[in-house]
Design a protein around this ligand. Structure first.
Ligand SMILES: [Zn+2]
Length: 479
């Protein structure tokens, strides 16, 4: 098989500051999702002549927090530029963004094995409006609609250096970034359109291709994998990879050539005259630095130490803030084996919670549920196997485990009278295993395992073992 082609991947991540109540330059509500079109608008975000932007102070603070969390340098002053382009989603025909002086430069995000993805810059800018295709796609729509509710929502454009080599590394970077943003409380990245990605990718010997506007982290992986293969195949056939912009089609799972992209000169950047540069007070930066919350890396280390968790499990927990919060809330309610609790959450419950982006945590499944389930295990009321079977019910319906145990008829069989017939049956059906066990005490485990299987894990293993041993002793006596 051919060696996997080596790629260079850089990302531009657009992150909405969803925690802000208002937009970047006006007081319209930024909570526009689900609202009727063009109801969260005013002269500023509609770009009407004579309207003046006023900077949302909280948005600047959030941008600085993100910069500090990524260990970047905060700019000395806040300065905005106009970026011109003509598209219906942009009513002013320019976007207010940052060009010459981004609010943040440098910084990095650590991925596996201490590898770092460097951050080139972070711009604070306004989101454009949203084009709506009534037929679902441009080709199927005789006309388009524009919804300006999103116009002017505060956006961070986070640009990395091309430090990633595989689609998996890009995913890892994005998941880590998402978790950092969640811990800062600035972005609920699971909201539709709250995190959008442009990816630059080139393979050795080819030009750089930009893939625009990829919607979710998993689509980033698919788009990059597709594009790397496409570019590699072209080069293998002796053809060229052209420098171009492509779109990701999530339905057909292919990238397609897009309109010819403007060059930087086409954007005709100029200073935004309505927002003169303003110094960013160092006192404010230091205050924000001092108030940074615990971030994912530090939290993973603490969880591993405080609860005795394997590093891998701690990392999975902090990959989403809500998951780590949930674990810690449940751990406070439970004085037992926290390692087992974390394993159950990460290996069993999580499988069933992924479908709806963990929205079931706290809404359906409560920390008490997890704590109770662990207690039921400790008391021997249920077996590990039964606990695993209960995961789907708890995750999807949020049923109280104690109630679920009754509903499913899951109780442990501890009564020897109930188990004895099962033991007799197992001995009858496994004469060879019985002979082995008579000679080698270790072979008893197999017979006990058969009793567990016949009772679908409900037999109390200690009682089952005692009964098997008693039966074998009787056989020895007869022999
Ligand atoms: Zn507005």
């Amino acid at each position: 098989m051919a060696e996997k082609p080596k790629a260079r991947i850089g990302l531009e991540v657009h992150v909405q500051l969803t925690s802000l109540r208002t937009k970047l330059f006006c007081s319209c509500s930024s909570d526009y999702r689900g609202a009727p079109p063009n109801t969260h608008v005013c002269p500023v975000c509609l770009g009407l002549p004579g309207s003046l932007p006023v900077v949302n102070r909280r948005a600047v603070e959030h941008a600085i927090q993100v910069c500090l969390a990524l260990e970047g340098r905060v700019a000395e002053r806040l300065r905005f530029d106009r970026k011109h382009y003509f598209y219906p989603d942009l009513p002013k025909n320019y976007q207010i963004t940052q060009y010459l002086e981004p609010i943040c430069t440098g910084g990095s995000v650590e991925i596996h094995g201490g590898r770092r993805v460097r951050i080139r810059r972070i711009n604070l800018e306004e989101d454009p409006g949203r084009i709506v295709y009534p037929g679902g796609s441009p080709l199927n729509s005789p006309y388009v609609l524009v919804d300006y509710n999103r116009s002017g929502v505060a956006l961070l454009e986070i640009v990395t250096e091309p430090d990633m080599e595989t689609p998996e590394e890009a995913v890892e970077f994005l998941e880590k970034l998402r978790s950092i943003l969640e811990h800062l409380g600035v972005c609920d990245c699971g909201l539709e359109g709250a995190m959008r990605v442009d990816a630059n990718v080139s393979v050795e010997g080819g030009e750089r291709v930009e893939i625009k506007n990829i919607g979710g982290i998993h689509d980033v992986k698919r788009a990059l994998a597709y594009e790397i293969t496409r570019q590699h195949d072209l080069l293998v056939k002796g053809r060229q990879v052209r420098r171009e912009t492509r779109h990701w089609d999530p339905l057909r799972r292919v990238t397609l050539p897009a309109r010819v992209k403007e060059t930087e000169e086409d954007y005709r950047y100029m200073p935004e005259p309505n927002l003169p540069p303003a110094p960013i007070p160092r006192g404010l930066v230091e205050k924000l630095r001092a108030s940074l919350p615990e971030l994912p890396d530090a939290r993973a280390r603490r969880l591993a130490e405080q609860y005795g968790l394997p590093e891998r499990v701690a990392r999975v927990l902090v990959s989403r803030k809500v998951l780590a919060d949930f674990f810690e809330d449940a751990a406070r309610l439970y004085r037992g084996d926290h390692r087992r609790m974390a394993n159950y959450l990460v290996n069993d419950l999580l499988n069933w919670l992924k479908d709806d982006d963990l929205r079931g945590l706290y809404t359906r499944v409560k920390p008490e549920h997890l704590a109770k389930l662990m207690s039921l295990l400790d008391k021997g009321v249920i077996s590990i196997r039964q606990a695993k079977e209960m995961a789907e019910h708890i995750a999807k319906k949020g049923v109280d485990p104690e109630k679920l145990v009754r509903e499913l008829g899951y109780t442990r069989i501890t009564d020897p009278e109930q188990l004895r017939p099962v033991v007799e049956e197992v001995l009858r059906e496994n004469p060879k295993a019985v002979r082995d066990a008579l000679e080698n005490p270790k072979a008893i485990n197999y017979l006990v395992g058969m009793v567990m299987r016949k009772t679908r894990g409900r037999a109390d293993p200690a009682v089952a073992r005692r009964l098997v041993e008693e039966a074998l002793a009787r056989l020895r006596g007869q022999g």
